[in-house]
Write a protein that binds this ligand. Structure first.
Ligand SMILES: Nc1ncnc2c1ncn2[C@@H]1O[C@H](COP(=O)(O)OP(=O)(O)O)[C@@H](O)[C@H]1O
Ligand SMILES: [Mg+2]
Length: 374
């Protein structure tokens, strides 16, 4: 999906699926402006992800001392955890310019050749959503990353010749929400892979406190903690909740982001006390009520909640799995006892749930083409 296809979310009407990004990973417009202002600029300003931060810190420091570009870096993890921010931080720490493009924007090898051949020595090339790049471009990228060379094909058919073009040494920073979709040869060309995980509440609280200050809003620690605990471990969601609670405090409250403003605003915007939003609950609800707890195939589940399979898989599922509401089994997605409890439902007894067979049928009839084990 290109940027111009972005649905423009009117944040007045909080839409569960708009809470993070569209499936293409592009934040809605308001988020984009807000994010640019609040993005941490340096590794030291980047709370959370201690492992990735320490590893990256070392990689960058070593490169700086050698005076050579560092290895290529792959960042993976669910949307909103800081991949784009880290890419910019890497460039800032290296004091190098950053060139930003994305997999979906590179549909032909020529698109990539144009970008690569204009890179300067040491420059950082950020390839967002790298798993969505076209295959021929991917192959060109292997060579470029390994040998700093591209072969420009001139002519067609038997007379076509490859003219090698040397490139200056540069650093690719790739980002992906779906590391599993990257072909192994591409994955292997990254000297460093950092997997971003959901943030601890304390880290989110730190981010929120800083951002409230940057936005010039007064807040209380209780208000901050309430938002941090209900942000699905995701800074982008924390930032979004902060804006909504700020709105609420300014319109209905005393202008201070405190516990009562946070609670009232989050109720208004359908974020429940565990931080699950409408899409999360719709997924659990469909699993429990319609499919007896599962297992059910991803695409069947996605149809039941009226979403793209990709959205369910990259946006809702990682957090539900990590929190233990949902389990991925070889035969599909299943609800955990926690999911039933969260919805206030009683799980069926094994004999009544029955129908291992029944679910097999559903799977078959809908022709689930996706693997549930990836
Ligand atoms: N560790 C962090 N500290 C502060 N803000 C963060 C952090 N990680 C992400 N953010 C904020 O969350 C938002 C989304 O981050 P982004 O880097 O765009 O995520 P991704 O590229 O993984 O989807 C941005 O506004 C960014 O400033
Ligand atoms: Mg991003």
């Amino acid at each position: 999906m290109s940027e111009s296809d972005d649905p423009s979310y009117d944040d007045e009407s909080y839409d569960a699926t708009a809470r993070i990004v569209d499936p293409g990973g592009h934040p809605a417009d308001e988020d984009r402006r807000f994010e640019a202002a609040l993005r941490p600029r340096r590794l030291a300003d980047f709370p959370g992800q201690p492992r990735v931060r320490d590893q990256l810190g070392l990689l960058l420091e070593a490169a700086r001392r050698r005076g050579a570009p560092p290895d290529h870096v792959l960042l993976s993890g669910p949307p909103g955890l800081g991949k784009t921010s880290l890419a910019m931080i890497i460039a800032a720490e290296l004091e190098q310019p950053i060139r930003i493009t994305s997999g979906p924007a590179i549909q032909h090898a020529g698109d990539l050749a144009a970008v690569l051949s204009s890179l300067a020595e040491g420059e950082v090339l950020f390839l967002d959503e790298i798993h969505r790049m076209a295959r021929p471009a991917e192959e060109m990228l292997y060579l470029a990353m390994e040998d700093f060379r591209v072969d420009i094909i001139v002519g067609k058919g038997p007379g076509a010749t490859a003219i090698p073009l040397e490139l200056p040494a540069f650093t690719v920073v790739g980002a992906t929400t779906r590391a599993g979709l990257l072909p192994a040869p591409l994955r292997d060309r990254f000297g460093f892979t950092g997997h971003l995980d959901f943030y601890a509440t304390a880290d989110l609280a730190q981010i929120l406190t800083r951002n409230a200050t940057l936005l010039g809003v007064e807040s209380t620690p209780q208000g901050i903690d309430e938002m941090a605990g209900r942000s699905r471990g995701t800074p982008r969601i924390a930032n979004r909740l902060l804006r909504r609670v700020r709105d609420y405090a300014q319109v209905q409250g005393n202008g201070i982001v405190d516990l009562s403003a946070a609670r009232a605003a989050l109720r208004l915007f359908d974020v429940d006390d565990r931080g699950l939003d409408r899409l999360d609950r719709a997924v659990l609800d469909a699993l429990c009520r319609r499919f007896g707890g599962g297992p059910v195939g991803l695409s069947t589940l996605a149809v039941a909640v009226g979403e793209e399979a990709d959205t369910v898989e990259t946006v809702a599922e990682p957090y539900l799995v990590r929190e233990g509401y949902l389990v991925r089994t070889p035969r599909g997605r299943a609800a955990s006892p926690m999911a039933w409890a969260h919805l206030g439902l009683t799980p069926p007894t094994p004999s009544a749930a029955g129908t291992q067979l029944g679910f097999g049928d559903i799977e078959g009839r809908f022709g689930d083409s996706r693997s549930d084990t990836d």
